[in-house]
Ligand binder design. Structure first.
Ligand SMILES: Cc1cc2nc3c(=O)[nH]c(=O)nc-3n(C[C@H](O)[C@H](O)[C@H](O)COP(=O)(O)OP(=O)(O)OC[C@H]3O[C@@H](n4cnc5c(N)ncnc54)[C@H](O)[C@@H]3O)c2cc1C
Length: 426
């Protein structure tokens, strides 16, 4: 008989996990409080970037971020009066900024990134809608030549240790390489192995693949509680209510449940006494209709860490990292920062009105590595959350590893670095 598994959360990670579970024979139900794919997975910048190996927590990261914030050039905001959860997260983040820990994080991310790249090649091939999936590379653009030169050791290390291919684009060649860029910039680094895709369509395709494998998707169900199995082989119970209405709760039971609720994963995990070390890191994007002078190549404008992604009929400008809790206000000054960064780097001013201004909560883990696997002390409950800035890039392998662990199959990558208990009790 097939094992019944309840996946909580219908973002890119939940959909990938549901698909991987169902194709292994599990009977899967996805419970999503809103619409499938309408969380952080919807308006992101669409990069599938195997080059994003380094975690955010590297030696010097805190000093660099604080200096940038002090000089007003930063895409980073931290709530002026940080709450206890955020203060603990920042303390842990700082503790991970050592060479040894950064290396552990990088290896863990590299394994998920490499696996996901090859899984996407199959998942997105011959898809029912066009995901606009292209291995069109990624160009990091620097304002000054000194910053461009300073990236050389990183590029060399990524090549030597992880096989990431890079090419330096010196200042004099930059505006020929990408004609949308203004003259006078400091140079660029080209990462030809990176890809991009329309994130909303990636989720739609994962959902459709999952439905074909038998997954049942239930939107408008907010999970308020979950109970682990009481004995070996006993059922887990998940309680959900219709979102936004006082309707009767429904109970779902199965052999396992998966918390795939992105930045909101701590709400359910702490009920079961586990601290996942995840906080929301709010980011913004603006989507414009395709227009003259939009870049041909996906870009990251390094000065403000702003991404510019060209799609078929639109292009998207996105960035910023706000540690301001579960706040979904769209701040005009953050939108202005994105527009300013684009205006300073792109030859043609963006004169068309935006199609959409959007924000989402990245699930930011204190070591910048997701939690994947069983929740300690809660038999039958598993987690797949905390994919940070690379959730689209790492979702397929996150889903596959999670399914292997739930169904007691040999894992295709070593699960140890992703253990959900590594931050202790909640
Ligand atoms: C501006 C920006 C740009 C980004 N660019 C990129 C990029 O280029 N490449 C990349 O790889 N990543 C990028 N990211 C990160 C990426 O978007 C996230 O890592 C990823 O979407 C996380 O997916 P998820 O499924 O874990 O979370 P989500 O997509 O947020 O899904 C979680 C789901 O759980 C649901 N949920 C929450 N609580 C409950 C509950 N109690 N009951 C039922 N359902 C619940 C939510 O409604 C939501 O739909 C970007 C993020 C931002 C903000």
């Amino acid at each position: 008989m097939s094992r019944a598994v309840i996946v909580i959360g219908g973002g890119v990670v939940g959909c990938a996990a549901a698909h991987e579970l169902a194709r292994r024979g599990a009977a899967v139900t996805v419970l999503e409080r809103g619409e499938i794919g309408a969380g952080c997975s919807r308006g992101n910048c669409g990069y599938i970037s195997p080059s994003h190996v380094d975690p955010l927590c590297v030696p010097g990261a805190v000093r660099k971020a604080l200096l940038a914030a002090f000089h007003g050039s930063s895409a980073l905001t931290i709530a002026p009066r940080a709450d206890r959860t955020l203060a603990r997260w920042l303390h842990r983040f700082r503790g991970h900024c050592t060479p040894e820990r950064a290396l552990i994080g990088a290896r863990a991310r590299d394994a998920l990134l490499k696996s996901s790249v090859s899984l996407y090649d199959t998942l997105l091939a011959d898809a029912p809608v066009d995901p606009e999936h292209e291995r069109a590379g990624l160009l990091l653009v620097y304002r000054t030549e000194a910053e461009f030169q300073a990236h050389a050791p990183t590029a060399a290390r990524l090549g030597a240790e992880y096989g990431v291919v890079t090419e330096a684009v010196p200042p004099e060649r930059l505006s020929t390489f990408e004609p949308a860029l203004v003259d006078g910039l400091g140079g660029g680094w080209w990462y030809p192995g990176d890809a991009h895709a329309r994130p909303d369509r990636v989720v739609a395709i994962l959902r459709q693949r999952a439905e074909e494998a038998g997954v049942r998707f239930l939107g408008g169900r907010e999970v308020s509680d979950l109970a682990p199995a009481e004995g070996p082989g006993g059922p887990v119970r998940v309680t959900a209510r219709p979102t936004g209405t006082p309707g009767e709760p429904e109970t779902f039971s199965g052999e396992a449940a998966v918390i795939a609720t992105g930045a909101l994963a701590p709400a359910l995990a702490t009920r079961l006494g586990v601290d996942l070390g995840i906080v929301p890191g709010k980011g913004y994007s603006i989507t414009f209709p395709a227009s003259e002078g939009m870049p041909r190549r996906p870009l990251v404008l390094e000065e403000h860490h702003v991404a510019v992604t060209p799609f078929a009929d639109t292009f998207r400008v996105g960035s910023t990292m706000e540690f301001t809790g579960y706040d979904d206000a769209i701040r005009p000054d953050r939108i202005a920062l994105l527009r300013r960064a684009a205006a300073e780097h792109l030859r043609h001013p963006i004169e068309v009105p935006a199609l959409e201004e959007w924000c989402g909560w990245r699930p930011m883990s204190a070591d910048d590595v997701p939690s994947i696997g069983p929740l300690p002390g809660a038999p039958g409950i598993h987690v797949a959350a905390g994919n940070g800035m690379v959730g689209l890039s790492t979702a397929p392998a996150t889903g596959r590893l999670l399914a292997e662990l739930v169904l007691d199959e040999p894992p295709h990558i070593d699960p140890a670095p992703y253990a959900p208990g590594r931050f202790g009790r909640g």
